[in-house]
Design a protein around this ligand. Sequence first.
Ligand SMILES: *[C@@H]1O[C@H](CO)[C@@H](O)[C@H](O)[C@H]1NC(C)=O
Ligand SMILES: *[C@@H]1O[C@H](CO)[C@@H](O)[C@H](O)[C@H]1NC(C)=O
Ligand SMILES: *[C@@H]1O[C@H](CO)[C@@H](O)[C@H](O)[C@H]1NC(C)=O
Length: 203
Amino acid sequence: MHLLSLKTTLFVVFVFALLSSLRVSGSDIWKREPQNPQPTSVSSQANTSPASPTSSGTSTSVPDPPDPNSPAILVQMTEPASAKNILYKIGSNITFGWKYSGDFASGYAPKSINVFAQSSLDQNNYYTIAANATGNTTKVIWITATESSLPMATYRLYICDERGLTGVPMPGALSVFSGLQFGMYTPRGRTDLPAVLLARERT
Ligand SMILES: *[C@@H]1O[C@H](CO)[C@@H](O)[C@H](O)[C@H]1NC(C)=O
Ligand SMILES: *[C@@H]1O[C@H](CO)[C@@H](O)[C@H](O)[C@H]1NC(C)=O
Ligand SMILES: *[C@@H]1O[C@H](CO)[C@@H](O)[C@H](O)[C@H]1NC(C)=O
């Protein structure tokens, strides 16, 4: 009888200490499953990530509107390093890399990244280089050999977030990028280059 109550007391003290340590380790622990903190903390982190303006699930939280004075975020190409006189062989693998002009407003970072190329010969046709890539994508490789018929022409590169090519510029969010033009040619000798590409090369 006496022993049992001592055990009970020790147990209560132990539980109290355990609960106190949990309380210290994070106040939001109470919203989670304390038995199994590892996987839930990972998913909870993903759900509360500021990168998702419309959080999934039943509780849809709209992020605060960004500071209207904060600038729109622009793509700055790092690869190719210079935007001048860029020519690629049709059939080669082309790497496009970029960084951003600043930090995205909380909740307005890209949820996904889309990258397209558009030839000057057919401005209604967009070649998809990346679709729905993860929001943190800052580098894509265009395997041009897998495109069935790329014309020799100048092309324009487009990079945009999940709002697509028609997404309007917003403070703190990614503005649609269309600032890189490049030539694509079939390597059969310089004389085969279209006049427009040769003209670009001379400038
Ligand atoms: C392009 O990349 C793909 C995938 O990595 C590879 O299989 C292919 O050989 C590459 N092509 C060239 C021309 O480098
Ligand atoms: C991206 O994914 C969404 C939902 O899965 C889909 O509706 C949309 O068409 C995709 N966008 C592209 C460019 O593939
Ligand atoms: C990008 O995000 C994905 C998950 O969306 C993650 O697995 C990956 O590690 C991230 N990459 C970088 C460079 O942060």
